[in-house]
Design a protein around this ligand. Sequence first.
Ligand SMILES: [Zn+2]
Length: 230
Amino acid sequence: MYGILGGGDKKNTETERVRNERKRWALGGGLCALLFVMWLGGAVWRARHPRPAPAPPIAMPKPKPKGYQPEGIVFHHSETPGKVGKLIINASRINEIHKTSHPDWAREFEWKTYYIGYHYVILPNGSVEAGRPELCVGSHAKLHNNWLGICLVGAFSRHDRHKWEPSVPTTEQIDALVKLSVKMIRKYDIPLDHIKRHSDVWQTWCPGERFPYAEVMARIHLELSRPPTP
Ligand SMILES: [Zn+2]
């Protein structure tokens, strides 16, 4: 009895196994057919909707150099005389003055410490002297130290009690200032509304009422309308 039942069970189990195997095959085949239909559908769709031809390359503007670069220009006066006795007030003298009066303005750049807060100093004779490097953050106008600081030696404010000379920027200084500003504007793509007096960005009299801001700006506009000279 056991033998007969046992044999029948074996047969039944085998039939079931064969059935299951068929089922698996059928399922696998169905899946393959489905994938094939999907692939075929995709191929037909791609054939009907060809990819657009790649757009021609657009002429991009010249990339700006990476890292820090000046975003504007701030004009200052030194609020000093042009000379003290035989001592000329120039960039190195201002560096010494700032070292003593504002040691916290110091900034290290490429292994050198700069005490002078300005990037350029223009002497009454029109000489342009370098202060701290252009790519070194300035110490000349709070909240605008990522702008270049250009200082004209002299005292151009009516609030100057000392009556220092020059009390008005010299023609040579203004000529040099216009030339230097135009050079910097072109070099760093500085927008014209980023050319300001210190007094435009902070509560100060600098660079004084006798600094001819309107004239300087008009001349900068004029120079920029001309092709650059090599
Ligand atoms: Zn200033």
